[in-house]
Design a protein around this ligand. Structure first.
Ligand code: NAD
Ligand code: ZN
Length: 266
């Protein structure tokens, strides 16, 4: 390939991307009920790796610690890993420009609800006020016997495994482990919000985790348009996408908000 044709191909891709950003910004401005659906990819720029793939957490840690039977049979070992990953490591992360951008879209009156598969609380920390946590949260914990609830700030993590101060049983984080069902309230709200949206912004999810991966399809079946942001173009919702924006969530959302403000003459 000549130097010129290589250059013109990159130039073409660049121009195409700008065109898609403008189209996506127009769709957002014309939407009446925009919701977002996010996965681990939106938190990567906050320093939290996804579970799978290159650099994924499960390359370093054994996911068996999130198996309920294993957790009950090996509470100290499981809690040692869970504490390290989900309280020590995740707890130090801050929202990145993608989370902050979604909060800005809400403040601009353009975004209603964020349905997230993440358990890191970063959407709330960024300022979104309506966040549905499809897989639960690490912020609260629950006794596996008497169901007493705890806020993570009440827990003394220096003494593991975490035990209930009421009945002494094992306490587990309020996010779901493998084979556990989706929290019913979060499930019902997610389905409702997927079906109420006329535009869904999907960010940083591989769609490998069921039943979360049905959310875009529920929205699409009710007539919503879909904008998807992902670094990887080999993704599941591709078939139902109206616009696919390839790139890092932070960079794409920054461009989108800039374009929305330009279109609004702000
Ligand atoms: P996943 O790990 O299966 O996929 C992550 C997706 O994000 C991939 O498609 C990848 O291409 C994309 N991605 C990576 N970096 C990106 C970036 N900078 N910008 C945009 N996209 C990027 O994640 P999933 O689909 O959410 O499913 C994994 C499960 O693991 C979920 O249940 C989630 O709860 C859980 N999880 C949560 C966290 C968290 O709370 N931050 C972290 C790891 C895993
Ligand atoms: Zn208890």
């Amino acid at each position: 390939m000549s130097k010129y044709s290589k250059y013109s191909r990159f130039f073409h891709i660049f121009v195409q991307m700008d065109k898609y950003i403008t189209e996506a910004a127009q769709k957002i401005l014309h939407s009446s009920h925009l919701n977002a659906f996010t996965g681990a990819g939106i938190s990567v720029e906050s320093g939290i790796p996804p579970f799978r793939g290159e650099g994924g957490l499960w390359n370093t840690y054994d996911p068996i610690v999130l198996d309920l039977d294993y957790f009950h049979q090996n509470p100290l070992e499981a809690w040692t890993v869970i504490h390290k990953l989900f309280y020590d490591f995740f707890g130090k992360a801050d929202p990145n420009v993608a989370h902050i951008g979604l909060a800005e879209l809400e403040k601009m009156g353009l975004l209603k609800t964020v349905i997230t598969q993440n358990i890191d609380n970063l959407h709330q920390e960024a300022g979104n006020t309506d966040v549905v946590e499809f897989h639960g949260t690490a912020q609260t914990l629950v006794c596996t016997s008497c169901n007493k609830k705890f806020n993570k700030n009440e827990i003394d993590f220096s003494s593991l495994p975490v035990q209930c101060n009421h009945c002494n049983s094992l306490v587990k984080p309020d996010f779901i482990f493998f084979s556990e069902g989706i929290p019913p309230v979060a499930y019902a709200r997610s389905v409702h919000e997927a079906e109420s949206a006329d535009l869904l912004l999907i960010i940083g999810t591989s769609g490998e985790v069921m039943p979360a991966s049905m959310i875009p399809h529920l929205a699409k079946n009710k007539g919503a348009q879909i904008i998807e942001i992902n670094t990887d173009d080999n993704i599941y919702a591709h078939a139902s996408n109206d616009i696919f924006l390839q790139g890092k969530a932070g960079e794409i959302i920054t461009k989108l908000i800039h374009e929305i403000k330009t279109l609004r003459n702000e």
